[in-house]
Design a protein around this ligand. Sequence first.
Ligand code: NAD
Length: 267
Amino acid sequence: MRLAVVGAAGRMGGALIRAIAQIDGVVLSGAVERLGAPDMGRDAGEVAGLPKNGVPITDDALAVFAAADGVLDFTAPAATRQFAELAAQARIVHVIGTTGMSDDDVEAIRPAARHARIVKSGNMSLGVNLLAALVRQAAAALDEDFDIEVLEMHHRHKVDAPSGTALLLGEAAAEGRGIDLATRSVRSRDGITGERPRGDIGFAALRGGSVIGDHSVVLAGPLETVTLSHHAQDRQIFARGAIKAALWARDRKPGLYSMDDVLGLKA
Ligand code: NAD
């Protein structure tokens, strides 16, 4: 499968290019960066810390998509909206790992799913998606006597909060509880907040150092606490998951899919 990487000079872009080089059945067919990016024109393999692979980094997404079967996209919401249109025009697979997307952003990519096979997830790792399934189950089993709090820590360069993964886990807890996360979540606390509303799902975000991604879901009940957690040791887990998603989506009908679909985890 010919895969293009957009955001090729980014942290995830590099991890994707290295993973493609290691996995059978996929080949890097193109590498895209934003206009004016410092690595424009350089060899994508070299930028990712590999030997040269003959694929130059370009800003011509149209040409790159025309020569690809799928695109791996870990960039930024505005860029992902544009790439969704181009992937739909080219009728290829679009794997979206970009986080921090608003409801508007998500609505904007929906029409593209009529033509492209889109797999979108706030976290592409096997472990986190398994964790989400366990959280869904725990939240369904334990009633509102158990307060649910989602904790996350990421490196200092991360620009959005809570993380896409924290939201994915919060969504899994809300599904298990049968409540609407949008109206029942507490995103921050400061000052005299009053008592914790029963049944709400709380979020807390820590930022620092080079932490790739730590997440815990705490279910704190009367006299006992259950904690489910995941610790990412390397960005390769997201890159490998994204490639698995692309290979899975290749023979599907157009549509908007999640990692639950790819991994068969949906109850
Ligand atoms: P990064 O800043 O290192 O890389 C993003 C890259 O995208 C940059 O090189 C930037 O120049 C490029 N870019 C931005 N706009 C572009 C455009 N219009 N065209 C082409 N390239 C463009 O960030 P990162 O740490 O690699 O993370 C990228 C995104 O992936 C973030 O939203 C992050 O939260 C998310 N992420 C998701 C997962 C997951 O599993 N879903 C895992 C890790 C990171």
